[in-house]
Every structure is written in structure tokens, then in C-alpha cells.
Ligand binder design. Structure first.
Ligand code: HEM
Ligand code: SF4
Length: 570
């Protein structure tokens, strides 16, 4: 289909201002170092405001108190969000103890947020604490380089500790991909770690002096789990194993979820299957995909710059042939793979290595000491005695991984005593929200703060229709940028205005179909009325094991999105 619509390989025209900024930044340095000394403002000025994103930070302000501060003629209370690079989400307990202390001592909110891209963020770091944050990460072997902006960001990997050998191999590739595609500039080390400026000129052989046209996301997926939600990402390596050993990857390119309300030139898109490659070609192929997107991605319009748009403009086959040419390979036909779900298995599970793994459900990924549920203290206490590691999942949960049988009871007691193992229904476990208010500057409606009570109401509806022990993949995102991955949910709410959402349905359980808008700009009672009606029908009319999303399609309640680039908005 897309082959019929080939456009120019390179879009000519006036470059977006972000391109000037990157070019003039001297390989991401800008004047960040000087700006740090300026105590007159709590924010970063001029180009630095955007440049710090390459260093893993977003400048934000508390929107709950914005109006009050404006009235008092004060600048907004600026503070940074800082996101760590953590390929595959694996973090040692020593590292955890360090980040726990930092969150406690040096952030406004005192929390750690596990994100749905398998890392953690701090919210509310004042300017004076920004450098100490990067120093703290460095001391424990971490960094925040390239976790935001126009680069390859944190690389995800399926969190499946059961088949641990295969998982371990997949994880090693996630790490290698992350390292290989990192910016090579020394700017990060110079600014944050006071390392010397080396006299050689900077070079970015893969990313180039103006980096990528737009953000770029990579995953390594181990079927049958699609917990990383590969179709939300630009470049995806699906692990293919033979006799339990990793032998190669299926490559899928060009997924992405962000849209703009009412702008039909934007669309969420599932990734296209390029083909199979044996392991030894992995880095060359990754590099070829990235450099093709670097050279062909639209640098004149940031709303049309992601890989998904490049693919549609030049044609999937043309893009694929270019990747083959650059990597010096030919893709083999896709090897069979199958997904069964996206959720995490909460609770204990025994791995093939005889170690135990405990997946803890963390609502919204928010780790904080709540009254009666001191989650943050609980994890700290576990981190003090646990000899394995922690693994963050792409569902914002946390796995205490590699527990010997002898330690199981001790860890379980700590988890229970701190409210980390409170029973929740499957519906809550399969619900997710982005951050939105109060910190996200782009939020149009509540998400993280809205979700917990909303899920309780959905649970009541499910109970009423006798499906209280089942679940529907439910996600809320505070604006159409889509961080909460609502555009891959069975029920997705996309924030439109305070208290108002677009309701999307028709996605599937395994995350391979984009949902379509069913009702526009509606309030919570209206959303619940729709869910009540639809869940009522699902519970009565569904076929055996038929998921909610598949049912809404089969029953003709919503038309499936088959070719998102062309039919999402029809
Ligand atoms: C144009 C598109 C997008 C923009 C401008 C954007 C911007 C942002 C901003 C400003 C935040 C910080 C919010 C806060 O922590 O206070 C954020 C968080 C986040 N975004 Fe996005 N985003 C976009 C699309 C996406 C998509 C499509 C995904 C995933 C598929 C994603 C994943 C995340 C994640 C994981 C976080 C961390 C918090 C969380 O887990 O909700 N973003 N984004
Ligand atoms: S989806 Fe929108 S509101 Fe939610 S975190 Fe992303 S940018 Fe902010």
C-alpha cells in the first residue's frame, strides 16, 4: 500500500529551528555550563532550555501553583525532570540505594517514578541540584545521556526472568545497542562530571552533527511477551531462538503513537516487518536504520519527522532496500513469532536457574511513602539485603530478581510489611497512565492522578457484568503525544481538556492494532456509560477467550484500523 505513495527521499525547505539549535550547540554543549552558574533564574535560558534534553532533563514547573506564582509576580517554580539511561531496565541494589537517597534529599516531590520505557525519573530537581544528580549517577555507574530529544533513547528489553538464559542474551543486546547508538560527544562528561575537554574534534559517525530529525526508540522483544509494546517504537528486534539459544532477530521498523488532535496528517502507526537477520548483523543493521532515518527524516517539520512518516513518504520497500545496502545484507523472510500478552506476571515465579523472581505491582510506577503504604522505604529495605538486582518493566512495575530460595521468605515479609504486595484486581494491573499534571507542560487533562479512582469505577462496572476477575488493557494519556500508550490499548483515553478525553477502542490485547476514536471530547460519566454498555455486551456476546478489543471489532461496534497512515481518521 505504502509503496504506491513514494515521495522525495529528502524533504527540502526551511529547516526547523531545532536544526539550527543542534548545529550551533557544538555537539550538545551550548552554554549549559555557564548557565549553571546563573543563580538569578531557576531555569535554563535560550537554547539551553531544549539542549538539556539531550542530557536527559526536561525543564518543568509545578502547574498547580503556576497561577498563584504569576499573581505574586514570581517566575514559575522551575525544576527539572531527570531521566536515567537504563537499558533493559536492570538496576543493581547499590544503585537503587543511591537513587533512593537522592530522591529523598534533593527533589521537591521525594519520589522515584518508574516509567513505561523501563527506566526511572526524578521530578522536581532544582537547578542547584542538577549537577549533583549527574554526579550521583556517575558514582554508581549510571548516566542520563540521550534519554530525551533527537537521539536513540533508552533501549527496552522484555522483562522475563523465567527463561533467564534467553533473557540474559537479549538483555546483552539491548545494552550493546544502547552503547553503540549513543552520542559520542564528550559534552556530557565535560559538563556534568568535570572531565577534561579532549583536544580532538568531536565526531558523531552515526548520529551526525545535527543528530536525528526526531526522537528514536528501540526495543528488544522476547516472544511470547510484548511487554515493551514494540509498536510504539521506531526499531524493534524480536528475538528468535533455537533450542533456547538466541540465533537472530526479526526486525520491525516504524512504530510510533504520537498524534495531534484534529491534524489528519498525524497518525499512530504499527511497525512494519522488514525481515530476519542472524545475530552477527545486528549492530550493522541498527546503524543502517538509524543513519537512513538520519538522512531521510524530515528536518523541516517536526510533526512529520519520525521514522513512521519517513517510511510512508519513501515507501517501506525503498527504506528497507536502503538499510540492506548500507548494512551490506539481505533480509531473510520473517521467522514465525507469536505474542500472547503484554502484562507482567505479578507475584513470585521460579526461573529456570532455580532462582525466584518477585514482580511487584507499582501503581503508575510512583514510588513514594504513602500513608499506610511506605513503598519507597520498603524497596530501600529490600535493596539493603537483596543480593540479586531490580528490574524495571515497561509496565511501570518492578521485579526483585534472582532471589535464592533461602531468602524468599525474608524478602516477602519486607514487601508485605510495606504494602508492596497488597492484592489488586487484574484490571488495575493492566491499567496505565502517563505523568501529565502537575509536572508535564504539555498535559491537557489529568492522567496519573485520575487513573486510580477511575480504575475503581471501571472495576465496579466489570463486577456488575460478572467479569470482575478479568481485564481489559486500559490506558490514559494526558495529551495526544501518547506517553501513556493509549493508542495501543483496548480502551484508550486521550486527554483533550481538563476533565475531557477522546475515547478510543478496538486495539487488541497483544498490542498489534491501533484503536480508533469511538467518542470525542467526553467527560468521565460519559466514558463510564460507554464502558458500561460495551462491557455489558462483551460479557454476554463474546466468544471463548475473546478479548474486549477483538470483540468490539467482531461485533461491528468499531471498524478496525488496518492501514493507520490512511484510515485512522476516517
Ligand atoms: C511528540 C511526542 C511526545 C512528547 C512531546 C513527549 C513529551 C514528554 C514529556 C514532556 C514528558 C515528561 C512528563 C513528566 O514526567 O512530567 C514525557 C514523559 C514520558 N514520555 Fe513522552 N512525549 C511524547 C511521546 C511519547 C510516546 C509516544 C511515548 C511512549 C510510547 C512516550 C514515553 C514517555 C515516558 C515513558 C515518559 C515518562 C513518564 C511516564 O512513564 O509516563 N512519550 N513525555
Ligand atoms: S502524554 Fe502528554 S501529558 Fe502525558 S506525559 Fe506525555 S506529553 Fe505529558
Amino acid at each position: 500500500m505504502s509503496e504506491k505513495h513514494p515521495g522525495p527521499l529528502v524533504v527540502e525547505g526551511k529547516l526547523a529551528d531545532a536544526e539550527r539549535l543542534k548545529l550551533e550547540s557544538n555537539y550538545l554543549r551550548g552554554t549549559i555550563k555557564e548557565d549553571l552558574q546563573d543563580g538569578l533564574t531557576g531555569g535554563f535560558k535560550g537554547d539551553n532550555f531544549l539542549l538539556i534534553r539531550f542530557h536527559g532533563m526536561y525543564q518543568q514547573d509545578d502547574r498547580d501553583i503556576r497561577a498563584e506564582r504569576a499573581e505574586q509576580k514570581l517566575e514559575p517554580r522551575h525544576a527539572m525532570m531527570l531521566r536515567c539511561r537504563l537499558p533493559g531496565g536492570i538496576i543493581t541494589t547499590q544503585q537503587w540505594r543511591a537513587i533512593d537517597k537522592f530522591a529523598e534529599d534533593k527533589t521537591i516531590y521525594g519520589s522515584i517514578r518508574l516509567t513505561n520505557r523501563q527506566t526511572f525519573q526524578f521530578h522536581g530537581i532544582l537547578k542547584k541540584n542538577v549537577k549533583p544528580a549527574h554526579e550521583m549517577l556517575h558514582e554508581v555507574g549510571l548516566d542520563a545521556l540521550a534519554t530525551a530529544n533527537d537521539v536513540n533513547r533508552n533501549v527496552l528489553c522484555t522483562s522475563n526472568p523465567v527463561e533467564s538464559e534467553l533473557h540474559q542474551e537479549a538483555y546483552e543486546w539491548a545494552k550493546k545497542l544502547s552503547e553503540h547508538l549513543l552520542p559520542r560527544t564528550r559534552a556530557y562528561a565535560e559538563i556534568w562530571w568535570d572531565q577534561e575537554k579532549v583536544a580532538t574534534t568531536d565526531e558523531e559517525p552515526i548520529l551526525g552533527a545535527t543528530y536525528l530529525p526526531r526522537k528514536f526508540k528501540t526495543t528488544v522483544v522476547v516472544p511470547p511477551q510484548n511487554d515493551v509494546d514494540l509498536h510504539a517504537n521506531d526499531m524493534n528486534f524480536i528475538a528468535i531462538a533455537k533450542d533456547g539459544k538466541l540465533v537472530g532477530f526479526n526486525l520491525l521498523v516504524g512504530g510510533g503513537l504520537s498524534i495531534e488532535h484534529g491534524n489528519k496528517a498525524t497518525y499512530a502507526r504499527t511497525a512494519s516487518e522488514f525481515g530476519y537477520i542472524p545475530l552477527e548483523h545486528t549492530l550493522a543493521v541498527a546503524e543502517a536504520v538509524v543513519t537512513t532515518q538520519r538522512d531521510w527524516g524530515n528536518r523541516t517539520d517536526r510533526k512529520n519527522a519520525k521514522t513512521k512518516y519517513t517510511l510512508e513518504r519513501v515507501g517501506v520497500d525503498v527504506f528497507k532496500a536502503e538499510v540492506e545496502r548500507r548494512a551490506g545484507i539481505k533480509f531473510e523472510p520473517i521467522r514465525p513469532y507469536e505474542f500472547t500478552g503484554r502484562g507482567d506476571r505479578i507475584g513470585w515465579v521460579k526461573g529456570i536457574d532455580d532462582k525466584w523472581h518477585l514482580t511487584l505491582f507499582i501503581e503508575n510506577g510512583r514510588i513514594l511513602d504513602y500513608p499506610g503504604r511506605p513503598l519507597k522505604t520498603g524497596l530501600l529495605e529490600i535493596a539493603k539485603i537483596h543480593k540479586g538486582d531490580f528490574r524495571l518493566t515497561a509496565n511501570q512495575n518492578l521485579i526483585v530478581a534472582g532471589v535464592p530460595a533461602s531468602e524468599k521468605a525474608k524478602i516477602e515479609k519486607l514487601a508485605k510489611d510495606h504494602g508492596l504486595m497488597n492484592a489488586v484486581k487484574p484490571q488495575r494491573e493492566n491499567s496505565m497512565a502517563c505523568v501529565a499534571f502537575p509536572t508535564c507542560p504539555l498535559a491537557m487533562a489529568e492522567a496519573e492522578r485520575f487513573l486510580p479512582q477511575f480504575v475503581t469505577k471501571v472495576e465496579d462496572v466489570m463486577e456488575k457484568h460478572h467479569v470482575g476477575e478479568e481485564n481489559i488493557v486500559l490506558r490514559v494519556t494526558g495529551c495526544p503525544n501518547g506517553c501513556g500508550r493509549a493508542m495501543l490499548a483496548e480502551i484508550g483515553l486521550v486527554g483533550k481538556a481538563p476533565g475531557r478525553y477522546n475515547l478510543h477502542i478496538g486495539g487488541n490485547r497483544i498490542g498489534t492494532r491501533i484503536p480508533r476514536m469511538y467518542r470525542e471530547n467526553i467527560t468521565e460519566p460519559e466514558i463510564l456509560a460507554s464502558i458500561d454498555e460495551l462491557v455489558g455486551r462483551w460479557s454476554k456476546e463474546r466468544e471463548e477467550n475473546e478479548g474486549f478489543g477483538d470483540f468490539t471489532i467482531r461485533a461491528g461496534i468499531i471498524r478496525p484500523v488496518l492501514d493507520p497512515a490512511r484510515d485512522l481518521w476516517d
